[in-house]
Ligand binder design. Structure first.
Ligand code: CP
Length: 304
């Protein structure tokens, strides 16, 4: 529907730190103003499409509710019900959907596919999770840290588990953009790509000792060990990552007021102990709710 080159949001680095600050400030205002039954009209007349090649609970519902509460509309198209499995290309799909919609959230597998889709689209594309990044999740995580600590600069964040997964890789991007120190504890074979680690510079350190990562940390974060589409590797992943589970004993090494984050869905007793996920330091439900507020701000900025 738009003329000109659309401004996509495929990775956190697609926005400057200043733009992120403005986005988080708007999300705070939207959260503070939210009342049952109240609707902003900032996206009146706008329609968002959600094209999902993987399952979702939070991403789908929070984007749909965001559009409703901002006065717009959302159309969700599970890819399995589209012509994609029958061979229509991602590019043709992007071109056609761009004729109906003001923006598209795509949840897909490879980042090459995401990039090809975005290149063909003539409306903004938002990455709703790909193999290499989950930027809308990290917006919510950073927003949650601001709520808990009033800042992100100077915080010590420990991430335990699969350092090559999409959530870990977005944490790495966030460390540089939001000024915190990320201590990643992951075994060999589960480390982030070298160029992404290098781009984080002094904001990232990597260890194979989880206790070293969590010692004195302000935040402990983790993610599922077996990502969508990697189910065949489940047993091998469990074996390799077992020492990197967030247990009560490890969490006890963190700072006294530490916060536990997990993007959900979680597997209690696998990557994180139930006592930690459901314990007094856990912010995971605020983190999930905050998806709604940050995505509203992102939608206003992207398709408003
Ligand atoms: N955290 C997250 O993206 O959740 P869903 O997979 O349920 O969307």
């Amino acid at each position: 529907m738009r003329v000109g080159v659309p401004r996509h949001f495929l990775r956190l680095a697609d926005r400057t730190p200043e733009e992120h600050r403005a986005l988080l400030a708007r999300a705070r205002a939207l959260k503070a103003a939210r009342r049952p039954g109240r609707r902003e009209e900032t996206l009146a007349g706008r329609t968002l499409g959600l094209l999902f090649e993987k399952p979702s609970t939070r991403t789908r519902v929070s984007f749909e509710v965001a559009m409703i509460e901002l006065g717009g509309a959302a159309v969700t198209l599970p890819a399995a019900e589209s012509q994609l499995p029958r061979g229509e290309t991602a590019e043709d799909t992007a071109r056609v959907l761009s004729r109906y919609l003001h923006g598209i959230v795509l949840r897909t597998f490879g980042d090459d596919r995401l990039a090809a889709f975005a290149r063909a689209a003539t409306v903004p594309v938002i990455n709703g999770l790909s193999d290499g990044a989950h930027p809308v999740q990290l917006l919510a995580d950073v927003f949650t840290l601001h709520e808990r600590f009033g800042r992100t600069e100077g915080l010590g964040v420990a991430f335990l588990g699969d350092g090559a997964g999409n959530v870990a890789r977005s944490w790495i991007e966030a460390a540089r953009l939001f000024g915190f120190a990320l201590r990643l504890a992951a075994p060999e074979g589960f480390r982030p790509p070298g160029d992404e680690a290098a781009a984080a510079g002094e904001h990232l350190s990597v260890t194979d000792r989880p206790a070293e990562a969590v010692q004195g940390a302000d935040v402990i974060a983790t993610d599922v060990w077996t990502h969508m589409g990697r189910e065949a590797e489940q047993a091998a992943r469990r074996a390799a990552l077992a020492p990197f589970a967030v247990t009560s004993a490890l969490a006890a090494l963190a700072a006294p007021n530490h916060v536990i984050l997990h993007c959900l869905p979680a597997h209690r007793g696998e990557e994180i102990a139930a006592a930690v996920l459901d314990g007094p330091h856990s912010a995971v439900l605020d983190e999930a709710e905050n998806r709604l507020h940050v995505q509203k701000a992102l939608l206003e900025e992207t398709i408003g």
